[in-house]
Write a protein that binds this ligand. Structure first.
Ligand code: NAD
Length: 479
């Protein structure tokens, strides 16, 4: 007999203990080789004054087992409590959020009977880095960070996941017609990595039309890979139209550690009544079994679950008015069907292919030549006219720089700007030395001093670089 794989398990709050008991019972009867280590996280821990909801022993267990099966937890009302999921995700580097959204028509009615897609959402970067600043009374900014290694890791994970789970196509959603550098990088990486997987079809949509198509014809998608914000939105659209919010599981995957759970919460309204549906957590557990290399057990549980619902054994939330069973009876019905497969619903197969990690891929190091082309100086001003600011900056440019242009909210306003745009108090002013001429950092410092001498209030700098000779900054509208 194979050695049992240690896993960390949190039974959670509300309906958590009931659905975890049902899930563990099914896994045990299916012959999953797991050795659970139970930890407390969530409400109880928050209420001891621990603002993360995660005690030291829990971190130690997670570091030891590297696999976490987590029931939903309750975040107490009131301020000061940090989201447990966000804390675990960021502290443990769980960069991929994986959420399958499947229709179980005709057992559970659905407008999209053939829907069967998986969203692979990047979990760490993008606008969720949470780097925000108010710069002037009128203007705040939120930094969108997309990195090449972060994009390579998530895109590779999506293709590897597709291979492991017998999926045929990966679709990338980005908005690179507008965000040419950030989303452009994600798309570029997608094209490079897709070429390494000729057995898997790849496609791409601009995210707005892509989302519309998910909502309208979800059956055309298989695996979707997308940056954090779009992934957040797409996951909820897809789960909602699949009608499976109570049924879906999700995984958060890192290079070392992974966490598996249901997508729903702790449902305090039905806690203790033994009527909760354990299916969402069970689906999280099935993903966990595939992840830890036990595809046979995963397949056995998944097919028995499909057969159970196909036979009309449903908890109240699935039955929608028809006869229903409680949590324990539902689990017993799944156990009874272990070894069986559904006939109307499509049976699943899982292979024992393993996922190749990005960090194990050896890439040749490419030399990157970086050249400083100039700088964008951002100013706060709500008293002077465009021409008055422009003339001061012409003087500040001196003999060293050319004052190329000034924009307001991205629209060129000087010289020869568009007078139709409304003007905020936030100005972006571009200084360069002319085609192909490099700038020294000391020259930028001197420029800033001259700008201060003109009584202008600069708030930040953004340097303009070329990488390997290619311009790596956006041009303003009208430039
Ligand atoms: P919820 O998902 O707990 O409940 C929404 C509705 O769905 C309720 O009517 C509930 O009874 C029903 N429901 C949910 N799961 C069900 C199941 N398995 N079987 C049958 N019915 C089910 O969302 P909520 O009420 O907004 O949140 C309750 C608590 O859960 C909050 O404290 C919230 O912070 C927490 N929460 C935790 C997680 C997590 O741990 N990952 C996720 C979401 C919400």
């Amino acid at each position: 007999m194979a050695e049992k794989r240690p896993i960390t398990v949190a039974t959670g709050d509300g309906i958590g203990p009931e659905i975890m008991e049902a899930t563990m019972h099914i896994l045990e009867k299916a012959g999953a080789e797991i050795d659970p280590e139970f930890i407390d996280v969530g409400e109880k821990v928050y209420l001891t004054g621990n603002s993360t909801g995660i005690p030291q022993e829990a971190w130690e267990s997670l570091r030891r087992t590297k696999v976490f099966l987590k029931a939903p937890i309750t975040t107490p009302q009131g301020g000061g409590y940090k989201s447990l999921n966000v804390t675990i995700r960021t502290a443990m580097g769980l960069y991929a959020n994986v959420r399958p959204c499947v229709s179980y028509s005709p057992v559970i009615e659905n407008k999209h009977p053939d829907m069967d897609l998986v969203i692979v959402r990047e979990n760490e970067e993008d606008l969720y880095a949470g780097i925000e600043h108010q710069q002037t009374p009128d203007v705040v900014q939120s930094l969108k960070l997309i990195s090449r290694p972060g994009s390579e890791r998530i895109v590779r994970y999506a293709f590897e996941y597709a291979r492991q789970n017998n999926r045929k196509k990966v679709t990338c959603l980005v908005k690179d017609n507008i965000m040419k550098l950030s989303d452009g990088l994600f798309h570029q990486v997608f094209k490079e990595i897709a070429a390494e997987y000729p057995d898997i079809e790849s496609s791409h949509y601009i995210v707005d039309i892509g989302m519309a198509r998910i909502a309208d014809t979800p059956e055309e998608f298989d695996v979707i890979v997308t940056p954090n914000l779009y992934g957040d939105i797409a996951s909820d659209i897809a789960a909602q139209i699949a009608g499976s919010v109570g049924l879906a599981g999700s995984a958060n995957i890192g290079d070392e550690i992974a966490m598996f759970e249901a997508i729903h919460g702790s449902a305090p309204d039905i806690a203790g009544k033994e009527i909760a549906n354990p299916s969402g957590l069970l689906h999280g557990a099935i993903m966990m079994l595939v992840h830890i290399g036990q595809p046979e057990a995963a397949q056995k549980v998944h097919n028995a679950w499909l057969k159970t619902i196909e036979d009309g054994v449903l908890t109240g939330d699935m039955a929608r008015g028809k006869a229903s069973v409680g949590t324990k009876e539902f689990a017993a019905a799944v156990v009874e069907r272990l070894g069986q497969s559904p006939s109307t619903l499509e049976p699943v197969t899982y292979s024992n292919k393993t996922i190749q990690k990005e960090k194990d891929i050896k890439r040749p190091k490419h030399e990157v030549k970086r050249e400083l082309d100039g700088t964008d100086v951002f100013l706060f001003n709500n008293t002077l006219t465009v021409d008055e600011i422009g003339q001061k900056l012409e003087r500040a440019a001196g003999d060293t720089f050319e004052f190329v242009m000034m924009t307001n909210r991205g629209v060129k306003v000087y010289p020869d700007g568009f007078s139709e745009t409304f003007l905020s108090d936030h100005w972006r002013c571009r200084f360069q030395k002319g085609e192909g001429k490099q700038v020294k950092q000391s020259e930028i410092r001197e420029l800033l001093s001259r700008i201060e001498d003109e009584q202008l209030d600069w708030i930040k700098l953004e340097n303009l670089y070329r990488f390997n000779g290619k311009i790596a900054y956006s041009l303003a509208q009208g430039q």
